[in-house]
Design a protein around this ligand. Structure first.
Ligand SMILES: NC(=O)c1ccc[n+]([C@@H]2O[C@H](COP(=O)([O-])OP(=O)(O)OC[C@H]3O[C@@H](n4cnc5c(N)ncnc54)[C@H](O)[C@@H]3O)[C@@H](O)[C@H]2O)c1
Ligand SMILES: [Zn+2]
Length: 372
């Protein structure tokens, strides 16, 4: 008889992360250790409850009596209104402090569910079962939770380490190409900021191949876990993971409020990485060939987001609201080389504006030459 598959277990000292075959069985075993009477609430959106919950229930007998709570899919659910609706649901269902919230979904569900669990009755426990590539390689790892407020990403949030994260890669089978690429952006970031080999592996991997993806997810988690272990509350090294995010978050917020097509988080970060790589070169940190290599690769994967010259002011204004700013100056994470980020580089609004202008020209130039 073949031996039962065992998942890879990472990061046991913080919250354990299980990846690979057997990870759902590990979750089942963990929940079986709970005393009788502990209730599990599964939080998901309409897609994850339809596409992933049946498989989860199929593998975890014990979950059959759990209740489900559905929120609408999409970033709009990272809102106070959704929190309120879920808190009211939990109250009406008389969930007590022993309850466990099982967050089944992408980064929206795990960010939201972590925050909801952290505040309900001063904190109940939660488990993350990520179902998107973004969730598996990044959002569900590291214990950051949060919601958006007044058009500002992650304006309210907390550090809420889950009891565990259980990564079942086959959930990705139903994910569309755009969502897959959305997650790839964070893996590119892990490579650029932390590990040149990972950047090369992500760049050359067949992204439709689940086994190849599983290996990349594992590496991304390990890289993120290493950084977060040293700096949970983002006072130092964890800021390396913000590479691409200062400009990326502003572009993401800009895409919500302008009539332009809406950017997904990873897409915005990918564009942010082009602009921030250019800034890294401009500041004399990164060599030109690396900057161009990064830019070319990202442009080959993601649809351009055209900007107007008049968009600068608003995008720079949106960056001022970014929570990573201190005392009026913008401190940003840049690259020293591929695989090595530097944190807290002070940049002026003019430099940020120039970086956005660089991206605008690049897109216009590519459109002229009929690039993807
Ligand atoms: N906390 C962190 O450290 C961290 C890190 C990175 C990103 N994030 C956050 O994550 C969020 C983005 O996460 P996301 O990209 O996973 O978005 P998401 O949760 O909205 O999922 C994307 C879409 O895929 C659908 N979906 C989910 N699983 C599916 C599956 N298996 N098959 C088919 N469809 C599926 C969802 O219903 C949704 O429509 C952003 O809000 C971002 O800020 C947080
Ligand atoms: Zn991100």
């Amino acid at each position: 008889m073949p031996k039962r598959a065992r998942p890879v277990e990472l990061w046991a000292a913080e919250h354990p992360v299980y990846v690979g075959a057997g990870s759902l069985a590990a979750l089942g075993a963990r929940l079986k250790q709970e005393p009788e009477g502990v209730r599990v609430f599964v939080l998901g959106d309409e897609n994850t409850l339809r596409l992933c919950l049946p498989e989860l229930l199929g593998q975890l007998d014990g979950l059959r009596n759990s209740s489900t709570i559905e929120v609408p899919s999409g970033e709009q659910s990272k809102s106070l209104e959704t929190c309120r609706a879920v808190w009211e649901h939990l109250l009406t269902a008389e969930a007590d402090r022993s309850a466990v919230l099982l967050n089944l979904g992408g980064g929206v569900v795990t960010d939201l569910g972590g925050f909801i669990a952290g505040a309900y009755k001063r904190g109940i426990r939660c488990v993350h079962v990520p179902t998107t590539l973004m969730g598996m390689c990044d959002a569900a790892i590291g214990g950051k939770s949060g919601i958006d407020l007044g058009g500002v990403k992650n304006a309210v949030g907390s550090f809420e380490p889950p009891m565990g994260v259980y990564v079942h890669v086959p959930f990705l089978r139903t994910l569309g190409k755009r969502e897959l690429l959305n997650g790839v952006a964070e893996m590119i970031k892990h490579g650029l900021a932390l590990d040149a080999d990972h950047w090369n592996d992500v760049r050359t991997a067949p992204l439709h191949d689940m086994d190849a993806l599983a290996g990349l997810i594992l590496r991304s988690i390990a890289l993120k876990a290493e950084v977060v272990t040293k700096d949970m509350h983002e006072n130092g090294d964890r800021k390396k993971l913000n590479f691409g995010h200062t400009i990326g978050h502003a572009l993401e917020a800009h895409s919500w409020e302008s009539g332009q097509r809406t950017l997904l988080h990873g897409e915005a970060v990918a564009l942010g990485m082009i602009a921030e790589s250019w800034l890294s070169w401009k500041r004399g940190l990164l060599d030109r060939a690396s900057m161009e290599r990064i830019s070319e690769h990202i442009l080959s994967l993601y649809k351009p987001y055209p900007l107007m010259a008049s968009d600068h002011h608003r995008i720079v204004a949106l960056m001022r609201n970014d929570k990573k700013n201190r005392e009026g100056s913008t401190r940003i994470t840049l690259l020293k080389s591929i695989g090595e980020a530097v944190v807290d580089v002070e940049v002026s609004s003019t430099q940020l504006s120039e970086a956005i202008e660089h991206y605008r020209h690049l897109v216009a130039h590519n459109a002229l030459h009929n690039r993807p």
